[in-house]
Design a protein around this ligand. Sequence first.
Ligand code: MV4
Length: 455
Amino acid sequence: MIKKILIANRGEIALRVIRACREMGIETVAVYSEADAESLHVKFADQDVCIGPPPPAKSYLDPKRIIAAAEVTNAEAIHPGYGFLAENAEFAEICESCGIEFIGPPAKVIREMGDKSLARKKMRAAGVPVTPGSIEDLTSVEEALDLAREIGYPVIIKAAAGGGGRGMRICEDEKACRNNFQAAQTEAAAAFGNPAIYLEKYLRAARHVEIQVLGDKHGNVIHLGERDCTVQRRHQKLIEESPSTAVNPVLREALGEVAVQAARAVGYYSTGTVEFLLGDSGSLYFMEMNTRIQVEHPVTEEQTDIDLVKEQIRVAAGEKLELQQADVHFQGHTIELRINAEDPWHDFAPRPGQITSFHVPGGHGIRVDTHAYAKYVIPPFYDSLIAKLIAHGKTRDQALRKLRRALDEFIIEGIPTTIDFFKQVIDHEVFISGEYDTSFVERHLPELIKSRSKP
Ligand code: MV4
């Protein structure tokens, strides 16, 4: 078994990995930038190494600094968390070449699934349903217009190196498609260093439902159910829940089977997420595959009582999955909110700064994954996530009641947060009904932020 793991990340996910390691008797090495010297992951790790100044490029995103820290501490494995180098195939290869176990899927798979257009092509070849659209990257605006005419508007242009909605452009008609084509290429080149773009039929009023998969290095792959991530703002997920109110047992079975089929088709191991779009009448389409542990993994942990980070570590150590599909059971209903240091009343602008008082909710069925504490200073250099508030109940209504009660207990002072915004969201009749779609936030944002806060 692996004796020492370096966590190449920060914030709540670094703490999450350290917790799993400590329960497994594995030593931990934290790396931190000068801005994170007072962070909890540094305090809770067995060893810590300062790897540089605050800018990610000079710290958490620099493979040389991460590898150097692993060398000097004799860490046998590196857990990348999410973001930063988690889906960087070159970094995974560097780890391998240095004899350090990268806790994640094979570098080849990271690279292939990182090209969202190639991922579609491989999934289609594997018999996985994908949204109607281009087979290869688009080579000309004429090709895009011909294809759009064939599949019908609206269409959506996406960056092959994008993902997570970055660089997406919805085209309602030919004029928009013509105008967006060039802009999308330019934006993709600037944002991702790769101008490749592709086109899909745009599914209006869809649901974004993803399946958690878990594979070992011996060819075993299982799925751990779905997470509905449809409530997003500018492609930042805000709320994730399971089970999805849009998925019935027949569709759940189909989604699980297709997700496992997709993972097998690309030779997957470790934790992974297969993202689908659900159209009306139960249609499902592969969207993209994420090759990392995701922010929202606690939703699946609460539904299945499986520790996903521990499973990742066991798989990295070469162990076979103990679990078979028949051993996976889903209990109750779980909803997660991402509490950010942002001001909903000023376009969700990031608001770093010092937390002057901090009280975390508790009680049966409430989990809070956070690295924050009273007097902690949220640095301006990284993402604005403060905490994930997760509520688990026997039913959706019970989970919602727990969540609402927990939001009232959650005290964060000194900086603006999205706590009060979420009170409006989970009190909204459309959200409560479960009948929401991808347009929910955009359509209801004005009323959601009209009153500053509710008791
Ligand atoms: C789509 C889509 C509808 N049709 N693709 C991709 C990444 C994810 N963050 C959003 N993605 C979507 N891709 C096709 N062909 C709908 C979404 C989508 C979405 C789009 C706009 C606004 C909010 C959204 C929330 C979830 C999914």
